[in-house]
Design a protein around this ligand. Structure first.
Ligand SMILES: [Zn+2]
Length: 324
């Protein structure tokens, strides 16, 4: 949400309310009434909207209706966020009350705006949920932890986009049309984890697929912003979008971190014992000496022969006996 160079303290300042305790895994599905809070007006100091929102306007579908079954652009709040992320195989923490949290309701959802927190700690979500002294939370719908877990903070509008422009998005008024993801990072572009980057792409793809959009509407804050934002630092957005589009289409998608974990678990639990069994059999047949170097010492009981060599010698001697 903020540029790098701002001390982590700025993102985790004392303005954050006290920790209310760990978020509960599953929030109530009841939807509480959401207040339309007073909109901030000092656009220079934060990622707030800068002009009055005007609803309406048709959403152009990015592709031919006949080729996709998810062509409807979503209108209204993304109350499906947690489900859609989970269905994409991602870990999700639902913060209590997230469906009722936000600065009013979405108009239509046209994309995803990618940020970094410029903090880097496991407490970064506090300020995203509760805001700062100069800007009321929530500041993004989602927080992406370094281990790839998504925290679902809000379903309503959040203050994160600020002033800027992107094709197909309303200039200086994206907050009512795009979902913000604040990824936990120091903000210098060097501390992304593989699990986090993988989840970042899969999460964006799952959301865009749900709202009937392509990776063209997966945008870095620095690409959208006219206020000098740099986030998310260190991520090549063209490569990022290519991977997101592959996930949307379900083609040539690289394995997720959880899939890699499953395969590693399989190898350890199943192939590991098999490898051990093979070694045991080889030792039974060949003797135990230096087996791991391919040198088989045979058995004292067989005069230093391996089982196969001893059998071979027995057969040779039998042949000799029978030939007499
Ligand atoms: Zn940002």
């Amino acid at each position: 949400m903020r540029q790098a160079g701002i001390a982590p303290d700025a993102a985790e300042g004392s303005s954050a309310p006290p920790d209310p305790g760990s978020p509960r895994p599953l929030a109530s599905r009841a939807r509480s009434p959401r207040s339309r809070g007073r909109r901030p007006t000092d656009a220079g100091a934060f990622d707030g909207p800068t002009r009055a929102f005007t609803a309406g306007g048709a959403v152009a579908f990015p592709y031919d209706d006949s080729t996709k079954d998810t062509i409807m652009s979503w209108t209204g709040d993304p109350v499906w966020l947690a489900d859609v992320l989970r269905e994409a195989g991602l870990r999700v923490i639902e913060h209590e009350g997230w469906r009722g949290r936000g600065h009013g309701d979405f108009a239509d959802i046209r994309g995803v705006l990618c940020h970094h927190t410029a903090g880097g700690s496991h407490n970064d979500w506090h300020i995203v949920q509760y805001g700062r002294s100069d800007l009321a939370g929530p500041l993004a719908q989602l927080v992406l932890e370094r281990d790839g877990t998504f925290r679902v903070i809000a379903a309503g509008v959040c203050w994160h986009a600020g002033r800027g422009a992107w094709p197909g998005w309303p200039t200086n008024n994206a907050n009512y049309h795009v979902i913000g993801i604040e990824a936990v990072s120091r903000g210098d572009g060097t501390d992304w984890t593989p699990a986090q980057l993988d989840a970042y792409k899969r999460g964006c793809a799952a959301i865009l697929r749900r709202v009937g959009r392509t990776a063209a509407d997966c945008v870095a804050h620095r690409e959208y912003s006219s206020e000098g934002k740099i986030d998310p630092a260190g991520i090549d957005m063209d490569a990022f979008r290519a991977d997101v589009q592959a996930f949307i289409e379900g083609e040539d998608a690289p394995m997720s971190a959880s899939e890699v974990n499953q395969i590693q678990h399989f190898i350890a639990e199943f192939c590991g014992p098999i490898g051990s069994d093979v070694k045991d059999l080889r030792e039974q047949l060949c003797g135990h000496a230096q087996r791991d170097r391919g040198e088989y010492g045979g058995w004292p009981q067989l005069g230093g022969r391996t089982v196969v060599d001893a059998l071979g010698e027995i057969l040779t001697r039998l042949d000799e006996l029978e030939a007499r």
